[in-house]
Design a protein around this ligand. Sequence first.
Ligand code: BTN
Length: 258
Amino acid sequence: MSTVSRLKTETFLRNVEIHEELGSTNDRAIELSHADVAPELPLLIWARRQTAGRGRGANRWWAMDGALTFTVMLDANQLDLPRERWSLMSLAVGLAVSAAIQDLIPHAEIGVKWPNDVYLFGRKVCGILVEVPSIQAGRIIVGIGINVNNSASLADRDLQQKATALCDISVREWKLELVLLQVLKQLELHLQRLVHQDPTLPEAWDQQCFLRSKVVTHVIGDRKVKGICQGVGPDGALLLLTDAGLVRLFGGVIESWE
Ligand code: BTN
């Protein structure tokens, strides 16, 4: 069976695009959301090589062959996901990636770093970029980058200490299609948990909070908050215990942690 048929029959996808090379799979999704003829959703855009992968804010995504880089474009109306729960998407997706990695590497020690990264044995293995295009109401673009066969030892020196890849933990060449299938299966399950307001979902993102008990500096605009992380609330807020008491944070970025 071809890869496209397998992806369509074994997952919730209705539409699949596979590219040898793209600038950014999220940019391709945004481009498609501007097209006159709307693509059938959920749509997967998978690029075997990405040359201008984007991250949150000014971040770029470390590009190297062997990484799994893809975007799933969803229709919130089709999913029946109300707008007020869209902000929880990146945490739910982080848990889906975490569950997929746990299935593939059972001894893996995994954490979800609020709000959009997955850490494996203390180093970043996955980044998630959720975007909402300015037109075509109801579309949600979920971009996922996972270091699979791109060993962190091949990255720039400063990144080597911070990143990891599946092949660094379980030394072998991973079949990207199998990792992708595993993530998509977990993504479907976790989207359903989000849609049905499964109470164990917020429990899971709190339990798997990578920043828990660390001293974290959070920045939003010109406001900086430093405190000890108490986990992540059911509403997706990062909880920091500061000198002024417990602070609940939405948006912004984590500047540092120790
Ligand atoms: C981050 O670390 O801030 C998020 C990184 C997200 C990278 C993925 S790779 C596939 C998709 N396409 C992009 O341009 N970015 C996301």
